[in-house]
Design a protein around this ligand. Sequence first.
Ligand code: 5GP
Ligand code: MG
Ligand code: MG
Length: 180
Amino acid sequence: MISQDIQKVLIEETQINERCKELAAQIEADYQKRGQVPVIVGLLKGSVPFMAELIKRFTFPCEIDFMSVSSYDGTESIGDVRIDKDMDLSCKGREVLIVEDIVDTGRTLREVKKLLKRKGAADVKVVSLLDKPERRVVEIEADYIGFRVPDEFVVGYGLDYNQKYRNLPYIGVLKPEVYR
Ligand code: 5GP
Ligand code: MG
Ligand code: MG
């Protein structure tokens, strides 16, 4: 049972679902005003459960796509961001909404936003399930944030430790002995 590795639950599944409802309504209102068909781009793999929960509540026309970038190994962030899988759709002239699991140092978002702008995106916004502002080294903020979390390494609801725990339906903190 992987839940035995969890020291504490920070955000329950019901809280996440409630928050997704609110975020979806807010995003929907903003994009309806703009009258465009945005491309919703999930950053693999951490954003998958959050993206699924969010987009099923959208009633406006949108297209979805995915990108995979890597900047993280274990629990320590490294500076460079590598594009492992690019978008399939063109973002030229499009409004893009990036879906991210967590904004930590902010490096990933800065690089992905830069890349999409360079490719001609008309507008790039970001929705992130979690935000860890204490760890920021790059001045960047998501446009929509689910929850602020303290400076602790969290797992679950898409977020992994060495590829595990993504399937947990809540956000939690691992027991220290799991890292050893
Ligand atoms: P950043 O570029 O903002 O430093 O890092 C972004 C990526 O690092 C996130 O998309 C996520 O994959 C990973 N990351 C940052 N903080 C955490 C954390 O507390 N837990 C997990 N599982 N991943 C994290
Ligand atoms: Mg991520
Ligand atoms: Mg990871």
